[in-house]
Design a binder for this molecule. Structure first.
Ligand code: TYD
Length: 209
């Protein structure tokens, strides 16, 4: 059976984790149990990188350092988790991947998009998702969902204008890559959002065998 690579993208507080779990339940019902993984932090090395890159203490972190740390996390994740799972025929559901670097470090922080493509190429070696779902939500709604957390991480702490640029970035990416990337409204009912995602995945994922 051929593997299938799905990524979930969107703003902080957009509900990616909830939707990833519901999607995995759906896939299991369809007889295609999947692997749930995340960036940054999908490997042991990645969790060490995540702790470093999101620590609010490092206010002086340069945007290129941030980009390269995300890329280092991705390189390890692709080598250790994603490629082996796809080679074994698994469905991989990954929260965040190359498009997060484009949306956050590119559209959000203003780093050159070509440099980000290069960093992504270095990390992922050309491995792109078969399908990318971008959860689209008003930045204020998303940020309010993260407000209950005890402490915002370094990137969540950047505020509304940053989040608005990230959202716009995702919208532009979806317009540029309509085959692979799909924008799904994440406002409102969790189950309704899940149904939209499940419908899309069911229409794209190849049958068994
Ligand atoms: P995530 O764990 O998805 O945070 P949350 O669960 O709060 O949505 O991602 C952590 C942060 O890392 C998030 O603010 C987005 C950021 N990020 C980047 O800026 N670039 C990247 O390439 C990746 C993978 C994540």
């Amino acid at each position: 059976m051929k593997g299938f690579f799905i990524t979930l993208e969107g703003p902080d507080g957009g509900g990616k984790t909830t939707q990833a779990k519901l999607l995995l339940e759906f896939l299991e019902e369809q007889g295609r149990p999947g692997l749930h993984t995340v960036e940054p932090g999908g490997t042991e090395i990645g969790r060490a990188i995540r702790a470093l890159v999101l620590n609010p203490r490092w206010r002086q972190m340069a945007s290129r350092t941030e980009l390269l740390l995300m890329a280092a996390d991705r390189a390890q994740h692709v080598a250790e988790v994603i490629r082996p799972a796809l080679a074994a025929g698994q469905v991989v559901v990954c929260e965040r991947y190359v498009d997060s670097s484009l949306a956050y470090q590119g559209y959000g922080l203003g780093e050159d998009l070509r440099l980000i493509d290069q960093a992504n190429e270095l990390a992922a070696g050309g491995l792109l998702p078969d399908l990318t779902i971008v959860l689209d939500v008003e930045p204020a709604t998303a940020l309010a969902r993260t407000a209950c957390r005890t402490q915002r991480d370094r990137i969540e702490g950047r505020g509304l204008e940053f989040q608005a640029r990230v959202r716009e970035g995702y919208q532009k990416l979806c317009a540029a890559f309509p085959e692979r990337m799909h924008l799904i409204s994440a406002e409102g009912d969790v189950k309704a959002v899940h149904r939209r995602i499940a419908e899309l995945v069911a229409s794209r994922i190849p049958g068994r065998g």
